[in-house]
Write a protein that binds this ligand. Structure first.
Ligand code: CU
Length: 655
């Protein structure tokens, strides 16, 4: 039996199509409308009863009129039929680009005499082996075209239809594309460079026979340890609700821990809010590569179906995902979200050497994940809940490097050779996470903590005394923070309501990895596009209209004008506020030849750990599981401990 639809549940195919049918009946959208980004208005929906119709907003474009509207509407529910509520014009340049729009402009480009002629100069005449990826152009619009809805193209060649589509970049060629009229406006040709001579396939057998690998099976003889009711998940003491949006993909709502019978909220909402991927290379086919992958495309429709290739092992619950495509149809992503448990090595352990007794507990985590395929790159987003009360987000970066052609005998200035005539530019990936915290209730405080020596000699006679210095981040003007792991720096999110037995506010600790900065020149377009990457943590007081860190419509947006740096100017109090944290987790990617032709997974993420939230170690009740430690008959396979990720086969399979 399925639970009744709750406000935070993903939109259903019926809800989406009912609303789109109403929008399509309106004459102003013209004969070839395009759609983008339907989403529930969560701040209104929050107060609705289960099963009621929900308020949504979406964008519809009329490319013939260079017009776009944000439409508000209600989905059908037990209390109402679907209805439209309002239309408000938005700048037609600014809505995100759908995969359908991308396919249309790519086909138009393949038919363009301008492109056919430029490719003929390079000996390419079979246009069916050419692919063009329209890339967002924000900040790099040619001055004479600035009012048009634009894109620029990266051009790729395959030697056969099943060749790696991203192994042979067509160097020096940059088509400027109009997404509305579907025309190649002009082509920049920076000169012919020899095409990559070596292929980039990664199928089994391409570069030699497969190695032999012993079977490794995960068995859960009594089934999964979690329960799912609709979109509500319960596992050990944790519970949360699964959401899914066009912009963010997977969303976790109402993450809560049952502490000996008391439900204690931790997060009201958690999602990866935006990605920014700037390329730091002046090559003519690379310098415009700076993507807001969520705001300019959208995680929802880019979500990969795990039916196409399964990532998870063990007893798995899949959730299908639904997205609105660019033509107004519902795109079903079967098995878009994966929920499963993983063994995670040791939870805690001690050997009493006086008695030769060992106490050890095996750790387990509940993982909910999805993968988004963004053209060449594949990004996995894995949220894990642990038995010790901690929460982790791990981002897995894999797929194919976005490369450029390079002339014979040249060395890349801002990149690395990965194949003959192919260089991979230096670039970065910033993941802007949004955490609506609710540590023991809605009102929280943010405190930054770092280590310092005690300077008072009376208090520190031996010179070794170190104290942890807390600083309240009292208002938004102080709430753009840099990480500094050399000072043991971290943040504490404290309850404004509840204290522990030591009279401290109950709290969770936010730990960010040693992350990166942009390195580019001040005032450069890459910097002005995304001012939020200048800090590692931002905090705001909850405001429903402040949804996305780079603003509602970052595509072709004015630089630096919208998003979190603009919101901070309100300087609202954070001292006992409905706190929203925006950690920026960034990785500087200096490519390696070993990441070609496909990248082994690279990982980055963040951790939330209980910090005075519980009275003591909350995992003392985890029972011993001795079965895992029994020696195998062959005598060589005690325990493959030390790694916990059974989600991937790479480099774990032969110990
Ligand atoms: Cu990368």
């Amino acid at each position: 039996m399925t639970a009744e639809r709750r406000w935070s549940d993903p939109l259903t195919p019926g809800e989406i199509s009912d609303v789109i049918t109403l929008v399509k009946a309106d004459a102003r959208i013209g004969s070839r409308p395009r759609f983008w980004g339907i989403a529930v208005e969560e701040h209104i929906a929050r107060s609705l009863a289960a099963g009621q119709g929900r308020p949504v907003r979406l964008v519809v474009m009329n490319p013939d009129e260079h017009a776009a509207w944000e439409v508000t509407a209600w989905t059908a529910g037990v209390d109402r039929a679907a209805s439209l509520a309002g239309w408000s014009a938005v700048d037609a340049k600014r809505p995100g680009v759908s995969s359908e729009e991308a396919r249309m402009i790519a086909q138009a480009a393949r038919n363009s005499p301008l492109l056919i002629e430029a490719l003929a100069k390079r000996g390419i005449t079979d246009m069916s082996l050419v692919s063009i990826d329209p890339e967002s152009i924000t900040g790099f619009e040619p001055a004479d075209l600035a009012e048009r809805r634009l894109s620029w193209g990266t051009v790729w060649y395959r030697e056969s239809p099943d060749d790696n589509g991203y192994a042979r970049p067509v160097a020096g060629l940059v088509p400027i594309l109009d997404l509305e009229t579907l025309e190649v406006i002009r082509i920049e040709d920076h000169g012919v460079i020899p095409m990559a001579s070596e292929g980039g396939n990664f199928r089994s057998g391409t570069w030699g026979p497969d190695r032999s690998v012993a079977p490794l099976e995960i068995t859960q003889p009594e089934g999964a340890g979690f329960s799912v009711d609709g979109h509500l998940v319960n596992w050990q003491n944790w519970s949360f609700r699964v959401g899914f949006t066009h912009r963010e993909g997977l969303v976790l709502h109402d993450v809560s821990y049952n502490d000996a019978g008391t439900e204690r909220p931790v997060l009201r909402r958690a999602a990866v809010n935006e990605m920014y991927v700037p390329y730091l290379d002046a090559d003519p086919t690379a310098y415009r590569k700076n993507f807001f992958d969520w705001g300019e495309y959208g995680a929802g429709p880019l979500t990969a179906s795990l039916e196409l290739g399964c990532d998870c092992l063990g007893e798995i619950k899949y959730f299908d995902a639904y997205a609105l495509d660019g033509m107004g149809d519902v795109k079903t992503i079967s098995n878009g979200i994966c929920l499963h448990e993983e063994d995670f090595s040791i939870l805690w352990k001690h050997v009493n050497t006086r008695t030769d007794e060992a106490d050890v507990r095996r750790a387990r985590r509940l993982v909910i994940s999805f993968f988004a395929t963004v053209a060449n790159y594949d990004y996995g987003f894995y949220w894990s809940l642990y038995q010790d009360g901690s929460i982790e987000l791990e981002v897995k970066l894999t797929g194919i490097l976005s490369v450029s052609g390079i002339a014979d005998g040249e060395a890349p200035l801002s990149g690395r050779m990965v194949s003959p005539n192919v260089q991979a530019p230096i670039h970065q990936h910033y993941f802007a996470v949004r955490l609506d915290t609710s540590i023991d209730g809605p009102l929280n405080r943010l405190v930054e903590v770092h280590a310092e020596v005690e300077e008072d000699e009376e208090l520190n006679p031996y010179g070794n005394a170190v104290k942890m210095v807390p600083t309240l981040i009292a208002s938004e003007k102080d709430a753009g923070r840099l990480n500094d792991s050399s000072r043991a720096q971290h943040w504490r999110v404290e309850s404004a309501h509840r204290t522990n037995r030591f009279d401290e506010p109950t709290a969770y600790r936010l730990v960010l990895p040693n992350t990166t900065r942009l390195f580019s020149k001040p005032g450069s377009i890459v910097e002005r596009k995304a001012p939020f990457v200048a800090k590692h943590l931002w905090a705001t007081a909850y405001e429903p209209s402040e949804r996305f860190i780079a603003g509602d419509y970052p595509n072709q947006a004015p630089l630096s004008a919208e998003g979190i740096t603009a919101w901070q100017e309100a300087d609202r109090s954070l001292d006992g506020a409905e706190l929203v944290l925006w950690p920026i987790v960034g990785t500087h990617h200096y490519p390696r030849p070993e990441e070609w032709p496909i990248m082994p997974v690279a990982r980055i993420g963040l951790r939330l750990e209980p910090d005075g939230f519980f009275t003591r170690n909350p995992s003392l009740d985890v029972p011993m599981s001795d079965a895992a430690c029994r020696p195998r008959a062959e005598g060589h396979g005690h325990d493959h401990s030390g790694h916990g990720d059974h989600g991937h086969h790479d480099h774990h399979d032969h110990h």
